[in-house]
Ligand binder design. Structure first.
Ligand code: HPA
Length: 275
């Protein structure tokens, strides 16, 4: 049966393949803050998402919507700078479009990064955290609707969505780089408002350590398509109410991301070298 989601991906894959010198084996998805800190590697190919038919256009001014393709070390990778969030009002098909695009290109490993609020008491603003699992509080699932059977199963297993082997590689890379890497469970909320202190207490009771507004749809779509996933977060601030005297601001999120961006970059490069 024809599926317009499949056809939309096919057009994009064909356009992108014309621009790529080789098929990437890993995709690195960077939130806009972390992509600024990461910078653009030497060489390679810069591809504007506007040149990829069907690619969701960024709705937030200043979000670049750009891919970089090339080699980091020995590994052919594609780096996505900026992502689509559900809170922007886009469809779930838009939110997971790039993830599925990478799956169609043959990418085996998806590395996702984000900024988050720290719920667990021992976490500090600025901590780098390995995501071990997630809780989906978005109220939606990107796989809702007819199953894209060419990509994966109707009822995909999520019991090891954050691939244990890749988590081991991340721990190893962090030790080698002397970067402290904590671990935690990420809960995704819809946003764009930050959470209330009562919501944060509820999420803590549920077993969440970090809270953010992204990543979970992409990880579900990646698991569906059989990709291995690694998730890394910068805890940019204490979640609402954790410090009763503090208010949350986007400026703090940006500032902490900037401060820790270089460590995150070093860690990511060391991880990619080990894939
Ligand atoms: N809540 C939700 N999303 C976030 C936060 C937060 O505290 N910090 C960074 N992204």
């Amino acid at each position: 049966m024809r599926d317009e989601r499949w056809d939309r991906l096919t057009f994009a894959v064909e356009a992108l393949q014309k621009r790529l010198r080789e098929a990437p084996s890993a995709a690195l998805m960077l939130g806009s803050g972390i992509s600024d800190a990461f910078g653009i590697p030497e060489g390679g190919e810069r591809i504007s998402c506007a040149d990829i038919p069907g690619y969701p256009a960024p709705t937030v001014a200043g979000h670049t919507g750009e891919l970089w393709a090339g080699r980091l070390g020995r590994l052919p990778v594609v780096i996505q700078r900026g992502r689509t969030h559900y809170y922007e009002g886009r469809s779930m098909d838009d939110v997971v479009f790039s993830t599925r695009l990478y799956a169609r290109l043959g990418v085996k490993t998806l590395v996702v990064t984000n900024a988050s609020g720290a719920i667990r008491a021992d976490l500090r603003a600025g901590d780098l955290v390995l995501i071990t699992d997630h809780i989906n509080m978005l109220g939606v699932n990107p796989l809702r609707g007819p199953n894209l059977g060419e990509l994966g199963a109707r009822f995909p297993d999520m019991s090891a969505a954050y691939t244990p082997r890749l988590r081991e590689i991340a721990r190893d890379a962090a030790r080698a780089e002397k970067v402290e890497l904590k671990e935690g469970v990420y809960v995704a909320t819809l946003g764009p408002s930050y959470e209330t202190p009562a919501e944060i207490r509820a999420f803590r009771a549920m077993g969440a350590d970090l809270v953010g507004m992204s990543t979970v749809p992409e990880v579900i779509a990646a698991a569906h398509a059989g990709m291995e996933v690694l998730g890394l977060s910068i805890a940019t601030n204490l979640a609402a109410g954790v410090d009763p005297d503090a208010a949350l601001t986007h400026d703090e999120v940006i500032e902490t991301t900037r401060r820790k961006g270089a460590d995150m970059r070093r860690l990511l490069v060391a991880i990619l070298e080990r894939l």
